[in-house]
Structures are given as C-alpha cells and as structure tokens.
Design a protein around this ligand. Structure first.
Ligand SMILES: Nc1ncnc2c1ncn2[C@@H]1O[C@H](COP(=O)(O)OP(=O)(O)O)[C@@H](O)[C@H]1O
Ligand SMILES: CCCC(=O)OP(=O)(O)O
Length: 363
C-alpha cells in the first residue's frame, strides 16, 4: 500500500488529503479570507502559514511526514509544459520561489513538497500544473504582436473532470468536445477538442470573466489612464486585478456562500453583481462554443461555485443549455487527480517527467 500526502494550495483555500492507494482516507479544506492573506506581501511569504495548516492537519490525524511514500503538490507557474506527472526538482523550486513566471498560490505546492521530500527522503511530484499548454496557434494571437495569449488555467481539474464527463457520456476523452468551466477563486473556461485544451482564458491575467477575487477583462483605456494617473503604484493596480478584484471589490468578500446569504436577505446589489459574474462566464462559454465550431458534447461546471445550485448553476444553465447538455461536478477532482498521478509513478505504471529535461529539450 502506498500512502500519499496531497497539498493543494488555492487562492482562497488550502485543500489537503491523504490517500492510501486509490482510497482517500482523510481530507480537509481550509478557507482563507482576503484579510487573512493580505498580511503577506509576496506569495512566498505565505509559506509558513500554509505549512502550519498541513502540520495541524497531520497532527490531528496522528500522522507524521515520515509515514508517507510520496508527497504531491498542485503545480504552479513554471514554464509551459505538457500534461503529466513531474518530479519536483531544484530548477522548478528556484523558479517558483523567485516567481519567475508569476505569482499564484499553486506555486507553493511544489515548494512545500520539495522541502518535505528533502527532509524525509520521499519523492515529491506535481501533476498537470496551471501552465499546461495545448493551445492552438490561432488562439495565441492577441491582437498585437507585442502580446501573446497564454494558457494558464485549472489544468489539473479541467482534465480530471473532462475524463469523468467522457466516462459519463460513454465515450473516450479523445473522441469528444467539451467546454469545461472551473469556478474557484479564479475562473477558467476551456475548449477541449479531442482530449486537448485548444483554447482557454488566462485565469490569472485580466482575461476572462470576473471571479470571487479577480477583475477579469477590464476596459483597456480606462485601465491605462488609471495606471498613468499618478495616484497608484504598480502593486496597487495589480492587486485590483488579482486578489482585490471581482466579488471582493464589489461586495467585500471572496466567499460565494456569504454572497448567497446576502441575496437571500434581499441585497439587490449582491444579486446584480453575482448574476453579472454568471453572465460573463456564460459569454465565455459562448466564445468556446465558437472555437469548437458548435460541436460540443457537453458543458461541464466544476470548482467551488458549482456547489451553488440555487443561483450560479441555475443561471448558467439558463444562459448556456441551448449549446449542449450541462453536467455539474461540484468542487472537482483535484486531490484525487494529484494522488493518482503520484500513484501511477510509484507503481511503475508511468515514468515521472523531469522538469529540467523538459526545459532543456524546449530550449
Ligand atoms: N458549498 C458551496 N456553495 C457555494 N459556494 C461555495 C461552496 N463551497 C465553496 N464555494 C465557493 O467557491 C469559491 C472557492 O472555490 P474553490 O474551488 O474551493 O477555491 P480555490 O480556487 O481556492 O481552490 C469561493 O467563493 C467559495 O465561497
Ligand atoms: C493559475 C490559474 C488557476 C487558478 O486561478 O486557481 P485558483 O482558482 O485556485 O486561484
């Protein structure tokens, strides 16, 4: 039996799980408020805060790090790489610590896993990091050659639930077309054509709908004027786009459950803003339907917001079910996908990819 520790840091949560082979024997989701996280200037400053959460979780269950055969973390903003399980190495950790390719909570997955791996001599992996890139060339064209659209999204969960949907439809993932909508702290809408994500919004970079804590696409000239107004510095503006945008900016919370409560209590502004989020998500589903030339087997709703049947799921069905049937997988399969990626390697069913080799090969 292989025992695996799963570490999944998200922008609004830390999700932890323990697997014994295929079986999840324990799990915990810690939710983080914007106030709690705003004490940390840089993402890497959250290291101890997130490690303490892991150690409390293990202590409560009577486990120690040495009881595990592997540790697997959610993979963050490394260089664009193909889908798969990667052994965490020094190059990857150095790049993540320096935030060379950007800052996101998922960067901490590999950094924490590597530290545990070194101390306790167990392998550390990441699976399908947020930079998995299968985008078609045409989708990368932005509108000006100085800019390129990038594939940064919830690759791990998008791939995992897409396979689950294929199974439910009685087909292979490689045979069907899906639009997967992951709705967490960030939101990504991916067009999956025959097993590849050929187009997706950049969930981190002002590209897409607004989210619980991000602005999504903003009116460009207004943004430029604000940047040059002399009133705000770089960090302030960046924070309006990621961290203090979206629901946080309009309603003061990143917690959709609180927003639902506000709506039930008759708060009309909360209803308008939350519905506008659904409206923007639905319009992105429409874009991806066009990318798939209307050949869509199903739309899949997933992530934390997909638990909200009363508002979000209901509204999205109203706006998009003319395109294809809508399947709903609340939360998602991230922890399981991470554990299974590590398990396949531990069992020798798959070889872990080397990040260093991948980087050398791609130049
Ligand atoms: N049961 C639920 N009902 C409605 N919204 C939920 C529920 N659980 C989580 N959410 C919302 O989902 C969002 C977080 O999604 P999640 O995928 O867990 O986040 P992260 O991106 O941090 O991994 C938050 O706005 C949270 O309030
Ligand atoms: C980096 C894209 C993935 C993302 O936005 O994840 P969260 O929803 O956990 O912030």
């Amino acid at each position: 039996m292989y025992r695996i520790l799963v570490i999944n840091p998200g922008s609004t949560s830390t999700k932890l799980a323990i697997f014994e082979d295929e079986k999840q024997v324990a799990s915990k989701t810690l939710r983080h408020t914007p106030e709690e996280l705003s004490q940390f200037k840089r993402l890497i400053d959250q290291y101890e805060f997130r490690v303490n959460a892991i150690e409390d979780f293990l202590k409560t269950l009577g486990f120690e790090y040495k009881d595990f055969n592997a540790v697997v973390g959610r993979g963050g903003l490394v260089r664009p790489i193909p889908s798969g399980t990667y052994l965490v190495d020094e190059l990857m950790v150095e790049e993540l610590k320096q935030a060379k390719y950007g800052e996101h909570a998922s960067n901490l997955g590999a950094v924490i896993a590597f530290e545990i791996s070194n101390k306790y001599n167990i392998p550390a992996y990441i699976v399908d990091p947020v930079v998995v890139d299968e985008m078609e060339k045409i989708a990368k064209i932005s509108g000006h050659p100085m800019f390129e659209r990038k594939s940064i999204f919830h690759a791990l969960n998008q791939k995992a639930v897409a396979r689950r949907a294929a199974e439910e439809l009685g087909k292979k993932y490689e045979e069907i077309n899906l639009i997967v909508v992951h709705m967490g702290g960030g939101i990504s809408i991916g067009a999956h054509r025959n097993g590849k994500v050929i187009d997706v919004n950049n969930a981190l970079d002002g590209d897409g709908p607004f989210t619980p804590e991000r602005s999504g696409t903003l009116p460009l000239t207004q943004l430029i004027d604000l940047c040059y107004s002399g009133k705000y510095d770089y960090d302030f503006i960046k924070k309006r786009i990621k961290g203090k945008g979206g629901l946080v900016a309009y309603l003061g919370t990143n917690d959709a459950m609180k927003v639902q409560e506000m709506i039930s209590n008759g708060d009309k502004k909360a209803e308008l803003v939350y519905k506008a989020m659904a409206y923007q998500i639905a319009k992105w589903v429409g874009k991806m339907a066009a990318a798939l030339k209307g050949e869509v087997d199903a739309i899949v709703l997933t992530g934390g917001l997909a638990y909200d049947e009363n508002y979000m799921v209901k509204w999205l069905k109203e706006y998009t079910s003319f395109i294809a049937k809508v399947l709903v997988y609340p939360g998602g399969d991230e922890e399981k996908a991470l554990a299974m990626g590590a398990l396949r390697v531990l069992r020798g069913e798959e070889r872990a990819r080397s990040y260093k080799e991948e980087v050398q090969m791609r130049g």
